[in-house]
Design a protein around this ligand. Structure first.
Ligand code: NAP
Length: 260
């Protein structure tokens, strides 16, 4: 058992929304025993307004044990829209522990007039969809799934990510740009022009922090191979931090501010 006392609220983090939610909760209810859990993928995560724990729980059953042992009353799944496993683990664990769960999940991006999107279900299909002709491709997909593009070695890749990629990504020609959003439109246009990009690959993460790249691609008339989100469990969803705070009020975790 980890060295915590009772925990009223567990936030599964890894997103900007989790950080903002932590800040809002810490400001509103400083006595609430709430913590944020991170997987530990980023070596130097940004400091948060609530205590953090880092590392996997060891699957759904172990997460359920953690919830019971610490008397957790509710869970907010604020993991990234492309986290494929944790949302299902959280759903199963909360059912086992008999406590409520809400997913804080921002809406998907939708194409607008002028966009040249090719929507694909996964990264392997994205690699194939770039085509036979050699391209100069900007990958804005993080570092965990670069290996999918080893099946299309005839393109030249520029990949933007927060931390260095695994050495065994298998891409013969790869330029890495290390950067953490949010990104401004002017900088995105300069990046696309400066690197002579002719195709972008993006995950449909949604939100505002990284949306400027799509506006930049539209402005330059570039095609975007847009990878769809993985499946999610059927649980209550709050699309914004405010909606998640409202859910916490409704479930008696946070004191209500309504009518104040
Ligand atoms: P995943 O496939 O859903 O999770 C893999 C395993 O990592 C889970 O089974 C769990 O291990 C552990 N884990 C995930 N989120 C955790 C959390 N908040 N606290 C403790 N353990 C966690 O997720 P992923 O795609 O590997 O992403 C890992 C983390 O990076 C997530 O927290 C996500 O929010 C963040 N992130 C992911 C992406 C992305 O594109 N995938 C982008 C930005 C941020 P156990 O089963 O051992 O508990």
């Amino acid at each position: 058992m980890e060295t915590y006392g009772p925990i009223s609220l567990l936030i599964l983090g890894g997103t900007g929304e989790a950080a903002v939610l932590a800040e809002r909760i810490a400001a509103r209810a400083p006595m609430l025993a709430a913590i944020v859990s991170l997987a530990g993928r980023t070596a130097a995560p940004r400091p948060l307004a609530l205590p953090m724990r880092i590392g996997g729980f060891g699957g759904a059953t172990e997460l359920a044990r953690f919830l019971r042992e610490h008397g957790v009353m509710a869970v907010v799944d604020a993991t990234h829209p492309f986290a494929a496993l944790m949302p299902f683990n959280a759903d199963s664990a909360c059912r086992m522990a008999g406590i409520p769960l809400v997913a804080l999940r921002r809406p998907e991006w939708r194409p607008v007039a002028g966009d040249r999107w090719l929507e694909v279900p996964d990264m392997a299909t994205a690699a194939h969809a770039i085509g036979r002709e050699p391209k100069r491709v900007l990958l804005t997909i993080g570092r965990q799934e670069l290996a999918a593009f080893a099946s299309a070695p005839h393109h030249r890749y520029v990949a933007r990510m927060i931390e260095e990629p695994e050495p065994r990504h298998g891409l013969p020609v790869l330029t890495v740009i290390r950067a953490r959003g949010p990104f401004a439109l002017g900088d995105e246009i300069n990046l696309l022009r400066g690197e002579a990009i002719d195709t972008m690959v993006a995950k449909n993460a949604g939100g505002t922090a990284t949306a400027a790249k799509l506006t930049a691609a539209r402005a330059l008339g570039l095609p975007v191979v847009m990878v769809a989100r993985p499946d999610k469990p059927d649980v209550p969803v709050a699309e914004t931090v405010d909606a998640a705070l409202g859910w916490l009020e409704d479930h008696g975790i946070l004191p209500t501010e309504r009518g104040v």
